[in-house]
Design a protein around this ligand. Sequence first.
Ligand code: FAD
Length: 431
Amino acid sequence: MRVCVVGAGAAGLCAARHLLVEPCVTHVDVLEQTSQLGGTWVYTETTGYDDFGLPIHTSMYKSLRTNLPKEVMGFPDFPVPESEKSYLPAKDMLAFLQSYAEKHGVTEHIKFKHHVQLIKPKQGATAELWDVTYKNLITGVTETKEYDYIFVCNGHYNTPFIPDIPGLKQFQGDVMHSHDYRVPDIFEGKKVLVVGGGPSGMDIALEITSVTEKVILSHHVKEVGSVFPSNLTQKPDVEKLDGNTAYFKDGTQEEVDVVFLCTGYQYNFPFLHESCNIVVEDNCVEPLYKHVVNVQHPTMCFIGVPYYVCAFSMFDLQVRYYVRSMNGTFKLPTPNEMMRHWEEEKIDRASRGFTRRQAHMMGPDQGEYYISLSVESGTDPLPPVITAVHNHSSQKFLDNIAGYRNDVYKIIDDENFIYSQLQEKYYASLA
Ligand code: FAD
C-alpha cells in the first residue's frame, strides 16, 4: 500500500509514525507545503502570504503557552518530557514534535515545500486509487502521483471564520482576525473590540490590556468567573456596527478603533476534488464515519477533525484505529452502514442541543468517542484520566484565566471507574 499524508503537523507526523512500522504499507510520502514540520506550532512574524504566494498557515502568536497541561499534550507512546511547568510555551511543543519525528524516522519521509493542489479518485481504475497532484515550490514543477490511501492532515486553525455582523464591511477602523495576531504592540493606545470568547479570544484580550486604552470583550460564554484588569469590559454579543460604534445585545454601545475577530476558523480542503464527495457546510465536514473515514471513499481518512479534545492523543488513537482497518484487523462497516451511523450521530447531537456548526465538537463527549474507536478496532484505549484532566483544566481556564497556567499537574490514573462505566454504556448501546 502506498500512502499519501497531507501535512506535517502533529496529525501528519503521527500518521506517518504508525504507517512506517505497518507491514502492509510499502511507501509513505508526507507532503508539506512549508519548510518546517510542526504546523500550528511554528511561529513566524510574517502574516498574509509566504514567498510562494500561499496563505501563511500558522496562527501562532508570540507569547502563546498551551491551554492544556503538558501531561495531556503528548502522544500515548511519547509523552512530553518532564519539566517544572505544566503549561508550556509554543517553542517547547515545536521542539517536542521535532524530537517525535526524529525518534520515529518520520522526518526523512517529509517532502517539504510540496503543496498539494488536487486529490481525486483515479478514473477508470478497477480498485480505488488516488491521483495526488502537488507542486514542488522550489522547482515550480507540478507532478501527479498515484496512491492507495490518503490521510488528510492539513489542520483546521488556518482559514479564518468571519462572522456576518451587520456593518462590519463598512466599519471605519481596522478589522483583523486572530489568525494574523502576533504581538500586542499593534493595539497600543487603542480601543479594541474583541469578538469571541474562545481560548484565543480570552487569552489575547487579556494580553492586549497591557497596551490598549480599553478592551471590550464581546462573547456569549456563560461560565466565565475570571477577574480581568479594569480596562477590560465584558459585553454580550455584538449586534451591529455603525460607523465606529458597536451595538450590543444588552442595548449598550461603545466607540471602538479596532474590531478584532477571535471568531475561530473554518474547515477547508481546497485540494479535494468534488468527486471525493466531501462537503463542508457551516463547519460540518461530511459524510465522515466516526469523524475519520470518508464514507463514500473509505480509502481516504481525516485525522484531527474533532475539537475540544486531547489533540495529540486523539490523533494517535484515530490513526491506530484507521490503520487497523487497512491491515484487516477489523472491517469497517459498509458505506451504507457508515452513512446510517453518521446520520444517526447528527440526529443524536441535534437532540442534545449541538448546532450544525458544532458537528465535530467533542468536549463532554470525548471520553465516549475515544472508547468507541478503541472498542471497534480493538486498539489500546486512551487513559481515561486525560479526559478528566482536560475537563478540569478547561474549567480552571474559565475560573481564572490570568492564573490557571501556574497549576502543576501530576497524572495519577485513578479514574478507571469512569472508563468502565462508559465502556458498559457503549456495549449497551451496541446491544
Ligand atoms: P496543523 O498543525 O495545522 O498542521 C497542518 C499542516 O498541513 C501544516 O504544516 C500545513 O502547512 C500543512 N498543509 C496544509 N495544507 C497543505 C497542502 N495543501 N499541501 C501541503 N501541506 C499542507 N491544541 C492543544 O492541544 N493545546 C493547545 O494549547 C493549543 N493551542 C493552540 C493555539 C493556537 C493559536 C492554535 C491555532 C491552535 C492551538 N491548538 C492547541 C490546536 C492545534 O492546532 C492542534 O493541537 C494541532 O497542533 C493541530 O495539528 P494538525 O496536524 O491537525 O494541524
